[in-house]
Design a protein around this ligand. Sequence first.
Ligand code: LLP
Length: 427
Amino acid sequence: MFGPKSHLTTRNNHLFMEDVDCFALAQHEGTPLYVTSEKRIRENIRAYQRAFPDADKYFAVKANGNLSILRILAQEGMGADIFSAGELSVVRMAGIPKDKILYNGNSKSERDHEMAIMAGVRMSVDSKEELEHLAQTAQSLGREAEILFRVNPDVSAKTHPKIATGLRSSKFGIPSEQVAETYMRAANLDGVRPVGLHCHIGSQILDTAPFAEAMGKMMDIAAAVVAAGGKIERIDIGGGLGIQYQPDSPAPTPEDLAKAVLPIFMSRCRSLRIAPKLILEPGRSIVADTTVMLTSVNVVKRAHVNFVAVDAGFNVLARPMLYDSYHHVLAANHSDEAAAETCTVVGPICETGDILARDRKLPALARGDVLAFLDAGAYGFSMASQYNGQPRPAEILVSGNKADVTRRSEDASSLLAGQRILPRLMW
Ligand code: LLP
């Protein structure tokens, strides 16, 4: 174990989350299994509250859409960054107030616009073209939608190319130099009311400098809008703060982020004589380290490589396959034992690329042992699929010595859900 993880300990050779024995839990509930610490979620949120007491924090729901987890975030006063009408329903059900919801997205349909307008949530408008579509829909509904503009700040976030979103070439946002003009167009259009600016430069960012750069560029654009006569009530700088997945790559804290961006925000607001609400959209840094993914060993195969084949593959945890991501692995029922050999942990999916962890030093393992993949709470379950006829796993919330199912595992009937055999194919 590395880094300060108050919710994960090892006792008598077993991994514990709070006061729950992960191996015993896996035996009881079956694997694969996502297990989350309630205490750690609250700690992570409070770190953001302390660092940014005056900002609104909107959780990026795509990172984790578990209803009980969203309910905890609502209890702690967080809002939500949503990307679909489906996420809108889920966060409303979790009790997140509509005033703290921002509906983002670069490709919204007329139906999406209608849903957001009727629900009364703000939207982030991604293009000049979207602005015209949205205004028309709002006019036809006789409503006015509050909007922010998604800015493409042209900032390099030094992260995996698939999760860098602030580059000029990225599909997201309006080029910086077109924002003020688009903002003023919106100010003169019926059906919309421009209230602010939004950006998001990427994810798993381990250096605060790109955030400071983005904040400076956002304030330059705010200055251009103010000079053109526009009013800026909200500045949303997105999410993206990385976490420590690997023992040797520490991550900045919310406090480090605050030190990098708040002085720029405050001094530029003062000189522009504006007092907008600052908004952040953290996803990963709120939930990633709260959760482990437990998976059982089916086979230990000694071939050219020592393969440990487990019951979770990229259907359960897609990140290693998609982004070559590192998730630290522990043996949940050998957690105090020294590493015995170098293994590659593979899943049950019929693809060579179904590798969850490559060349890891692990204790001697056998069929029935349970591995814990750490830091699986962000983009873990939310990106799981049913590929290869694999039902999605259950999710558990741990609090003290309690472990409750918050989402039951799927079964074969889930694979058939919504399907039918056409009558004409019956004979
Ligand atoms: N705001 C917006 C507009 C976003 O697009 C995202 C993430 C966030 C906030 C939250 O970013 P975070 O704080 O979690 O870095 N599946 C990838 C990550 C995709 C991120 C998509 N957008 C992964 O597993 O690494």
